[in-house]
Ligand binder design. Structure first.
Ligand SMILES: Cc1cc2nc3c(=O)[nH]c(=O)nc-3n(C[C@H](O)[C@H](O)[C@H](O)COP(=O)(O)OP(=O)(O)OC[C@H]3O[C@@H](n4cnc5c(N)ncnc54)[C@H](O)[C@@H]3O)c2cc1C
Length: 443
């Protein structure tokens, strides 16, 4: 006998998969599927299923009571469920996951790639444009349109920018309530647009605002969200969004799919995707929507802005970065790096090692738990190149690494890897740059 699945009741929560002691259950296209060759009728899956979608067919009442003396299953356990078993056998032969052709949520057609354009304090977060560039590739891979979404107040100047960076359509809600960012009004405004127009994919920068508002929107829409992605792609077979991000402390890259809910939502780290070409004068369709809620619907008010994040905001826009690591050995040696940074007009940053040693502030930390940077030149001094550091800087245009260990991982991402003692190399570089810059030599 094998556990049977009522597909009309299964919600794909995966509780049974976790509970099964013999790994006989799997989720395929968001539904529990039993491997009859492994199932031993333990019935633990039946007990944990929150929707009574599992049962052991033809189980005797006595056996049923032994399994769970308290519960009475709504599912008629004598109903044979041959479909589930048959489907598994067919799928298991091929070992493929079937494409989801019809979106599940709402049963309607969800189509299009949307980028939420972050506009606060009169400025657009540049990651919004980076995402329009990435969104273009995704939309082309799926064969759908690319749109931008702007919520805020007095946002007219942003609309032509969105078209210039590649949006074919721009959805706008312009209302005084949205003048300053607050979670609730922004989540309401964006959710109302998504519910009305049903995009398949919605992206936003993994900025403070994106990290705050996107979980609220995903919760309202009851869909999945992958935060802090560093790579996006489209599965050529299923057309699902492949959302890749570091996991387990950055030791592996996990690719996450949202198979059965819509839209597929992801936030993406700033400076990871390339900035697309800007085409001034490019035109598109503008869709303006009303904001139907009033101030009394919201519990929060903005009294004042206190900017505590000035350095990190600057760091992710820096064109030249001199970054230090524990190879510097002591805080007093920071002077070597500071002098090089001064000569080059560079911004000083560092590894988590250097931050934890107290040589730099946390907002100067580059990497997975710090800032992602993409400068024209990144000079890494005495940094080993741990994966958590690399994910924050490896897309820099030009990387120079100075490290006395020829095997250091930082050399693998560097355009120039200088193997040697930083206490000799950095002062020599500083002196040479100083000389050349004084004589007006650019290269
Ligand atoms: C969850 C998690 C998140 C993390 N997030 C981050 C993050 O955001 N950013 C980050 O940087 N790290 C992060 N880390 C820590 C990361 O794993 C490393 O421990 C850290 O990056 C190491 O810093 P480092 O390269 O300065 O030091 P080390 O690994 O100690 O490297 C020092 C390097 O200096 C070289 N060196 C020594 N003396 C000299 C010399 N005289 N001349 C030239 N070279 C010399 C050595 O060969 C060595 O390669 C994170 C870790 C975890 C678990």
């Amino acid at each position: 006998m094998t556990v049977a699945v009522d597909k009309t009741k299964c919600i794909g929560c995966g509780a049974c998969v976790v509970e099964c002691p013999v790994e006989a259950l799997d989720l395929i296209d968001g539904l529990a599927v039993v491997d009859p060759s492994k199932c031993e009728d333990h019935g633990k899956c039946v007990l944990v299923c929150p929707t009574n979608a599992l049962a052991i067919p033809n189980q005797s009442p006595k056996a049923k009571e032994e399994l769970d003396p308290k519960a009475g299953s709504e599912f008629n356990i004598n109903d044979p469920q041959p479909d589930a078993i048959k489907d598994y056998a067919q799928d298991n032969d091929k070992k493929t996951i079937r494409a989801q052709v019809t979106p599940v949520a709402g049963g309607d057609v969800w189509s299009g790639v949307w980028v939420i354009i972050e506009y606060t304090n009169g400025k657009v977060a540049p990651v919004s444009w980076e995402l329009l560039g990435e969104g273009r590739k995704l939309a082309d891979a799926i064969g759908c349109g690319l749109s931008g979404v702007i919520t805020g107040h007095q946002i007219d100047s942003v609309i032509p920018e969105a078209f210039a960076y590649g949006a074919e359509k721009v959805y706008v809600i312009d209302n005084p309530i949205l003048k300053d960012y607050r979670t609730e009004p922004y989540a309401e405004a964006i959710t109302s647009l998504v519910q009305k127009y049903q995009p398949e994919i919605v992206l936003m920068g993994a900025t403070s605002m994106g990290r705050d508002v996107f979980p609220a929107i995903a919760t309202k829409l009851q869909t999945g969200l992958t935060a802090d992605c560093t790579v996006l792609g489209i599965d050529p077979e299923t057309k699902l969004l492949q959302q890749t991000r570091p996991a387990f402390g950055g030791n592996i890259m996990a690719t996450i799919l949202c198979r059965t809910r819509r839209p597929q939502m992801a936030t993406v780290r700033p400076r990871v995707m390339a900035m697309p070409e800007r085409v001034d004068g490019r035109e598109g369709e503008l869709i303006q929507e009303e904001f139907t809620l009033s101030e009394s619907d919201f519990r929060t008010k903005v009294l004042e802005f206190i900017n505590t994040d000035a350095k990190s905001a600057f760091l992710d826009k820096a064109e030249i970065i001199v970054a230090v690591g524990l190879g510097l050995a002591a805080k007093r040696n920071m002077a070597i790096a500071e002098e090089l940074a001064d000569v080059l007009g560079a911004t000083l940053a560092g590894s988590r090692g250097a931050v934890e040693a107290g040589w730099l502030n946390h907002d100067q930390q580059v990497g997975q738990s710090g800032v992602t940077v993409r400068p024209k030149v990144y000079i890494a001094i005495g940094i080993s190149g741990a994966i958590q550091h690399l994910v924050g800087m490896e897309t820099s245009d030009f990387i120079i690494a100075i490290n006395n260990d020829p095997e250091a991982a930082i050399h693998k991402v560097a355009n120039y890897g200088i193997v040697g003692d930083l206490f000799q190399i950095v002062p020599a570089l500083t002196a040479e740059f100083k000389k050349r810059l004084q004589h007006g030599v650019a290269n």
